[in-house]
Design a protein around this ligand. Structure first.
Ligand SMILES: [Zn+2]
Ligand SMILES: [Zn+2]
Length: 128
């Protein structure tokens, strides 16, 4: 995909990493309870800009993992297979967050009643 912009390479993803880092310590002005569209943008920006052989720097991995867990939980599908905020089965923010959690084999699963595990959801969505 193209990330064409007037900014030098890395500018957008630096901004995204900064947003993710700020959410470790507290909510931003756009946070609405657990959901934050700015954080969803940041996770999307970082995950979609990752190259297959690219390592996320160690000091950025944990904040990204926390952000991805939060986005995944907010967008976790309900009993009808659709996420609550988007009402979509192919929810993009949730899918991108799970892409990262899958990439690092994160053992986390949300603390929601009867929620499928990451492994189950991977099978449902066909993601690997
Ligand atoms: Zn926020
Ligand atoms: Zn969603």
């Amino acid at each position: 995909m193209s990330m064409a912009s007037d900014h030098p390479d890395g500018y957008v993803s630096d901004t995204a990493h900064r947003v993710i880092g700020e959410h470790v310590t507290g909510p931003c002005l756009q946070c609405q309870h657990r959901r934050c569209r700015l954080l969803e943008w940041a996770v999307k920006t970082v995950v979609t800009s990752l190259q297959p052989d690219q390592q996320v720097p160690l000091d950025q991995r944990h904040p990204l993992t926390l952000a991805a867990r939060r986005v995944a939980e907010v967008h976790w599908p309900g009993g009808d297979g659709r996420c609550t905020p988007c009402r979509r089965a192919d929810c993009e923010p949730g899918g991108l967050a799970l892409t990262w959690l899958n990439a690092i084999n994160d053992p986390w699963s949300p603390t929601l009643a009867s929620a499928p595990s990451v492994v189950t959801l991977r099978q449902i969505t066909g993601m690997d």
